[in-house]
Design a protein around this ligand. Structure first.
Ligand SMILES: *Cc1c(COP(=O)(O)O)cnc(C)c1O
Length: 385
């Protein structure tokens, strides 16, 4: 038995009846873009997040791009982003012509925090994009305190954090705008590309709603620049179906995370090692760090990421044992050819994380047997943290 890293098709199979029904309804209605289903999903998602507005867009990248555009961020402006994030965060900043200012994450949480952000703020800073990486929320309030009274917007990249709680409140309304991706592999995933922005600002919501559709204010009338980043009815209708199970699926993710964490903690104390901790010399690698949950956080557990001192060895071991894995992400943005101007920039934490991280299966459809299998394989790996 090979345990898949993520089985998105299992999500469809679980909800096949409701999803097929929603698709049939849209198909026979004959309205395919920005119609009633999009309106319905927008209001449902805003309500779920306790945000005043949601504007559905084409994908997560566009959500970031359109949020920056709505905030008026452009040439000459600086935008603070984490050095360790999915490339979309950086590319969205580049796409509005602003200057990317990377800050290093905390090496334990892998997240940026106010102490790292503060020294990077200059008179040109116009936006900060905290990324709730792996589904664990960034400590937002201290960052929002930093920007209070300044013309700096906080745009959260929540592409991995659907249903995560920050200090008792769902992610989706803390920053000025919150960018979502509904890419199929996300916690709330569509059957194609989709994204959205939630905000408590009617002004930003209106701007994004116009920008996403050629700047139209009325039919064929564009006062402002715009793009085409519309959500289609099929995605909206199926997202509404899947939203009903998001909390249950996230609870399953959390359950799997706690199983893995207990095993890792036991390994750290040497409890599960069948031999001595020297066992690491036999396998040749170990787990050196694992997720820690802040007392104020309830992560969405999009990913379960550990660090290892020898990723090729751990990858080989997992593969041989029949456990698929992911690497999020093997090449940090500043090492990408697309960002060659950052080549000389010293971002050692991002470099170290890129070399050491490895993600274990944690999808909501991992069966009890699959979870046990992963956990058993995990229990054979020494913990040398
Ligand atoms: C998935 C993701 C995005 C981009 O979303 P798309 O819908 O694929 O464009 C942005 N940021 C982060 C952190 C992501 O994980």
């Amino acid at each position: 038995m090979t345990v898949p890293f993520l089985d998105v098709n299992a999500g469809y199979n679980e909800l096949k009846f409701e999803i097929d029904d929603a698709v049939q309804t849209v198909m026979s209605r004959g309205n395919y873009i920005l119609g009633d289903e999009v309106l319905r999903f927008e209001s449902k998602w805003a309500k779920f997040c306790n945000a005043d507005h949601c504007v559905a867009v084409g994908n997560g990248y566009d959500a970031l791009y359109l949020a920056l555009l709505a905030a008026g961020v452009g040439h000459g402006d600086e935008v603070i982003v984490p050095s360790n994030t999915f490339i979309a965060t950086w590319m969205a900043v580049r796409s509005v012509g602003a200057t990317i200012v990377p800050v290093e994450p905390d090496p334990i949480s892998h997240l940026i925090d106010a102490s790292k952000v503060a020294p990077a703020i200059t008179s040109s800073t116009r936006a900060i994009i905290p990324v709730h990486l792996y589904g664990h929320p960034v400590d937002l309030f201290p960052i929002m305190d930093l920007v209070a009274g300044r013309s700096i917007v906080v745009i959260e990249d929540a592409a991995q954090a659907h249903g995560a709680y920050y200090r008792g409140g769902l992610i989706g309304k803390h920053g000025d705008m919150v960018a979502w991706s509904f890419y199929p592999g996300k916690n709330l995933g569509a059957f194609g590309d989709a994204g959205g922005v939630t905000t408590n600002s009617a002004d930003y919501a209106l701007k994004i709603a116009r920008h996403r559709n050629y700047g139209f204010e009325a039919k064929n009338s564009s006062r402002l620049f715009g793009v085409n980043s519309r959500m289609d009815e099929l995605q909206a209708a199926t997202l509404s179906v899947k939203l009903e199970v998001l909390e249950r699926w996230n609870a399953r993710r959390a359950e799997i995370a706690s199983i893995y964490l207990a095993t890792i903690e036991a390994g750290r104390d040497g409890v599960h090692l069948k031999t001595s901790p020297r066992r690491s010399s036999r396998l040749g690698f170990g787990i050196t760090a694992w997720p820690s949950v802040a007392h104020w956080a309830e992560p969405a557990w999009h990913l379960f990421v550990v660090q290892t001192d020898d990723r090729p060895a751990m990858a080989k071991f997992l593969k041989n044992q029949g456990v698929e894995f992911g690497v999020h992400y093997p090449i940090p943005p500043h090492r990408q050819r697309a960002f060659s101007s950052f080549e000389r920039k010293a971002l050692p934490i991002a470099d170290v994380l890129a070399n050491r991280v490895i993600s274990l299966p944690i999808g909501p459809h991992l069966s009890a047997a699959q979870t046990e299998k992963v956990n058993d394989v995990l229990s054979q790996i020494p913990v040398i943290g």
